[in-house]
Design a protein around this ligand. Structure first.
Ligand code: HEM
Length: 478
């Protein structure tokens, strides 16, 4: 009965049905005004349209053609892309709850099993996010400890940079280590020496560079196992010395919660959630900041006249005093430059993916519950209706005619709504203190023989926007 011609007929029928389905013949969304988009091919959907090396470019082009709400199909997944400041705001802020979920992405589900905060869902996400936010505040801004730690850390970083005596260096690894130490001191309550072997493995091997997050290879899984083993041993150690009245780290705070009397949320405080939280904060809190700083110094090489103005403001306001966070309000130009670095660098052009938690209507289009959403941040940070010179590095975007700092609604590098970056306050503090302190100590110049017009601002090939590796000379300022 079951012979090869039966199989051929069956395969043909299936292929035909698949074509009909893709063409929308009995699409469940049909008649409900699903957002428009390019016609999809069977099985692969719109894959052929994509610049796979820099997918954000394809989304950007499609948004120009199809407008602020459109759809693409990748494999069997229909994706709705939201672009432009007004529309992203209408979704993530005005309809915050409906756009607050994360899709289940196989690689991340394998890595975290829905634990932690970044790729968590429903109630687990809510409880872990609330805990992460309060604890970051307590161990950071609340107790002022973190500001002191950043000040200590930028001292170490500046000394390491100065030891190269103005010779050309690629500072990215040093910056990475300094930034990693900040989150490590919040999580573990102590910093590491840059030469510590375990720390080096943690920073350089275990956590992949932003651009390679999507490579689900065996090495990543092996590194993850090694990191988890390290954490399990650490938890046991911290548990032994735990003192409810003297909590010294994020891990201590979690373990105290775990031991509290049974409460409605107590069941979420298990070790798998702690492991994922620690990994989440490390992944989210190191590469983002160091990539932004790497863009910042590259831009200072390209625009020495802007660097000069920052130096002047530093000399005027700080003199030789170390920067503290309260100085930011007195340094509008430096503040504007840092904001413009974030806007221009646009490091997460695709944002992180969202998913609709309920059926929702946006700009007249119907989007069912469970739809994969991309709130396209690049179209917000470069929205022509919001920025005077969207494609240029122009700190005046954040200054009024009197040189006072002005906030901009479309400045959303941390996204918006329920899933807005949980580390925004910490990140802003780190960016200001690291950038200002290094600028206070050094003049950044291209290596000998390289002129400012040779400085290349085109990004490396990646899913996110990272600068190509570069060298610079950090010449001590007298
Ligand atoms: C320049 C620095 C940073 C940028 C540009 C940035 C940007 C972002 C963006 C765009 C998201 C996704 C928001 C969304 O889904 O709508 C995000 C999420 C997140 N970020 Fe950041 N981030 C930065 C630094 C940090 C730091 C320092 C930490 C923590 C220490 C952190 C922790 C998180 C966490 C936990 C999430 C997940 C939030 C959730 O799913 O509820 N980030 N960040």
């Amino acid at each position: 009965f079951w012979n090869s011609s039966t199989s051929t007929v069956l395969v043909s029928i299936l292929a035909f049905l698949s074509i009909l389905k893709t063409a929308g013949f009995w699409n469940s969304n049909r008649g409900q005004n699903f957002p428009p988009g390019p016609r999809a091919l069977p099985i692969i959907g719109n894959l052929l349209l994509f610049d796979l090396k820099r997918p954000y470019r394809t989304y950007l082009q499609l948004s120009k053609k199809y407008g602020p709400v459109f759809s693409v199909q990748l494999g069997h997944r229909k994706i709705v892309v939201i672009s432009g400041y007004e529309t992203v705001k209408e979704a993530l802020i005005n309809q915050a709850d409906a756009f607050s979920e994360r899709p289940k992405i196989p690689l991340f589900e394998d890595l975290t099993k829905g634990n932690g905060v970044i790729f968590a869902h429903g109630e687990n996400w809510k409880v872990m996010r609330r805990f992460a936010l309060t604890t970051l505040r307590d161990f950071g801004m609340g107790k002022k400890v973190i500001e002191d730690q950043i000040v200590e850390e930028y001292g170490h970083l500046a000394d390491t940079i100065a030891s190269h005596n103005g010779n050309p260096i690629d500072a990215s690894k040093m910056i990475n280590a300094a930034v990693a130490n900040i989150i490590v001191s919040i999580l573990l309550g102590k910093r590491f020496d840059y030469t510590d072997t375990r720390f080096r493995r943690l920073v350089y091997n275990i956590f992949p560079y932003l651009g390679f997050l999507l490579r689900a290879n065996k090495a990543i899984l092996r590194n993850r196992d090694e990191f988890h083993d390290f954490l399990r041993v650490t938890f046991v150690e911290y548990l032994k010395n735990l003192d409810k009245n003297d909590q010294r780290s994020f891990i201590d705070a979690f373990l105290v919660k775990q031991q509290e009397e049974k409460s409605a949320t107590n069941r979420y405080f298990h070790n798998d959630n702690l492991i994922s939280l620690v990994s989440n904060l490390f992944t989210a809190g190191v590469e983002t900041i160091s990539t932004t700083l790497n863009w910042g110094f590259l831009l200072m090489l390209k625009y020495p006249e802007i660097q000069k103005k920052v130096h002047e403001e530093i000399d005027q306001v700080l003199g030789s005093n170390p920067p503290r966070i309260e100085h930011r309000a007195q340094m509008p130009y430096t503040d504007a430059v840092i904001h413009e670095i974030q806007r221009y660098a646009n490091i997460l052009p695709l944002n992180l993916p969202h998913e609709t938690a309920a059926d929702v209507t946006l700009k007249g289009y119907f989007i069912p519950k469970g739809t994969y959403i991309i709130p396209l941040l690049t179209t917000v940070l470069k929205d022509q209706s919001q920025w005077e010179k969207p494609d240029m590095f122009y700190p005046e975007h954040f200054l009024d005619a009197n040189g006072k700092f002005v906030k901009k609604d479309a400045f959303l590098p941390f996204s918006a709504g329920r899933r807005i970056c949980a580390g925004e306050t910490l990140a802003k503090m780190e960016l200001f203190l690291f950038f200002t302190s290094l600028m206070q100590r050094f003049n950044f110049q291209p290596p000998p023989g390289v002129s400012k017009s040779d400085v290349d601002l085109s990004p490396a090939i990646s899913f996110n926007i990272i600068p190509k590796p570069y060298k610079m000379c950090a010449v001590a300022r007298s």
